[in-house]
Design a protein around this ligand. Structure first.
Ligand SMILES: [Zn+2]
Length: 486
């Protein structure tokens, strides 16, 4: 339709991704929905299995499969979200999240980490990790929701960062238009071109929009690209479907009522299982529930975070929590997780000395060093040691997740039974001299760190169990009914 109005999409010879409005003479820029483009890129990548970058280096889907395999065999992930579900995505092809999580910075870092650690099978990951990063940045640029943001390419494009964006966009367009398939043909000329061409069109138009509305006519100060996304429309459709009891085929009357109702009730919410979730947290008229707090006497403001430490039947007390069975891979990941633990514990404690005692400034963990852009917390050796001990206890008790009673308490009890060698430095000893002999800051700190870690780990295990038992048939059959009339 847009070609009939005068837009041309034949990159690069006959390329004019906009047309002129017949009445006002203004340019109308055509944006292909970025979420769909990323999904198409992922599909092409996985179907072709191997692509070639402009330097003719192979970009391999196999590496992503290997990364998933190693993550599941080691039991912990290198801070990526990819699972078997991301590899066998065919049942939920429409989920944007799955595609974005594969072509992401975290996968890029995961692959780089495996190469650095000389893990067999990951000798040459450069081209693949670069591909993931470039698609991730391109999607970031096309999905900016705020003027300022943590990631450098997720900002609104404004006068402050237009040079940065322009360079990045020109580089990305050049990269995307010079990707090849295994026969040596440019992807942008094959029948699987849509995803790649779409990103090129969107990025070109993002710059055009900036030129037109920020530089020339000065009606805007910056451009937020999420506004061009189709998500808003999809959320709205989702809301209409929801009104009729998740009815896919509303009658005219049903649609009319649903539409009226939505006009009156302003807040549109979508289902959490939809293809796109609501990403900006704009909410209307919410009453804050307020915050409660704090008794400075203990380092833990809320006493009931964990129940009292009762005597528990410790049926696995023979476990010695030997940390020798932890591989270097797991050790690196543990360091990274310990950082998270420190972050959440620090937020909850009131004693400054103890807070400083949790973190340090240097680490040997390759994963932290790789991922750190300045914001990561580096856990102190004692915290890492607690996590390591806990990890080995959890690993040894792997098959006892179904035990009755409070699993957290049991694991913690085992930790205290076989080792008390945490935070044993002089400073800490001085700090607790005036405190209760047993329930002092040191003990509370160990307990907090341990409970945090155990909770995190158990949640991870639970998620793994859930994922393995999940078969997403509902969506599949739903599509079958709708589109194949079966
Ligand atoms: Zn303290």
């Amino acid at each position: 339709m847009v070609t009939a109005l005068g837009a041309r999409f034949d990159y690069p010879h006959d390329f004019k991704p906009w047309f002129t409005h017949p009445n006002t003479g203004e340019k109308v820029f055509v944006m292909w929905d970025a979420c769909h483009m990323v999904k198409l890129v992922r599909n092409t990548f996985s179907d072709k299995r191997i692509l070639f970058n402009p330097d003719k280096k192979p970009i391999q889907w196999e590496l992503i499969e290997k990364l998933t395999a190693i993550q599941s065999s080691e039991g912990l992930t290198v801070a990526t979200k990819v699972t078997q579900r991301h590899i066998n995505y065919h049942n939920d092809k429409m989920k944007v999240k799955l595609a974005v999580q594969v072509l992401s910075t975290s996968v890029c870092h995961g692959l780089m980490y495996c190469t650095r650690k000389n893990i067999p099978g990951f000798e040459d990951t450069n081209a693949t990790s670069q591909f993931c990063l470039i698609i991730n940045d391109a999607f970031d640029m096309l999905n900016s929701r705020h003027r300022f943001s943590k990631s450098i390419y997720n900002h609104g494009i404004s006068a402050d960062n237009c040079m940065l964006f322009e360079n990045k966009i020109l580089f990305t367009i050049d990269y995307l238009s010079n990707l090849y398939d295994s026969t040596g043909q440019r992807l942008i000329e094959t029948n699987r071109k849509t995803g790649f061409l779409g990103l090129v069109i969107d990025l070109t138009n993002l710059l055009n929009l900036y030129e037109e509305y920020v530089v020339k006519s000065k009606v805007l100060k910056y451009i937020l690209s999420y506004k061009f996304s189709q998500d808003h429309l999809e959320t709205f459709f989702g809301a209409i479907r929801r009104r009729g009891g998740w009815n896919n085929n509303p009658s005219a009357v049903q649609f009319k009522t649903a539409y009226k109702r939505l006009l009156v009730k302003h807040q549109i919410t979508s289902s959490s299982s939809g293809n796109c979730g609501i990403l900006d947290a704009t909410s209307i008229l919410h009453v804050g529930s307020g915050t409660t707090f704090t008794t400075p006497d203990t380092i833990i403001p809320e006493e009931n975070v964990y129940s009292a430490f009762t005597s528990i039947a410790h049926d696995h007390a023979y476990v010695n929590g030997n940390i020798d069975n932890i591989s270097p891979y797991v050790e690196d990941v543990l360091n990274y997780i310990a950082g998270f633990v420190v972050r959440s514990v620090s937020k909850r404690i009131t004693c400054d000395f103890c807070r400083q005692h949790l973190a340090t400034s240097e680490t040997t963990s390759a994963l932290i060093n790789l991922k750190n852009r300045g914001g990561l917390i580096i856990p102190s050796p004692s915290v890492v040691f607690i996590c390591k001990k806990l990890e080995s206890i959890i690993r040894i008790n792997k098959y006892n997740f179904s035990v009755k009673g409070n699993l957290c308490q049991k694991i913690f009890h085992q930790l205290m039974l076989n080792c008390l060698d945490f935070f044993n430095d002089q400073e800490m000893t001085n700090h607790i001299k005036q405190q209760d002999l047993i329930d002092n800051h040191k003990y509370q700190l160990i307990k907090l760190v341990a409970y945090n870690y155990i909770n995190l780990r158990l949640r991870h295990e639970a998620r793994k169990i859930n994922q393995s038992s999940q078969t997403n048939v509902r969506q599949k059959y739903n599509r079958l009914v709708l589109f194949a009339h079966q």
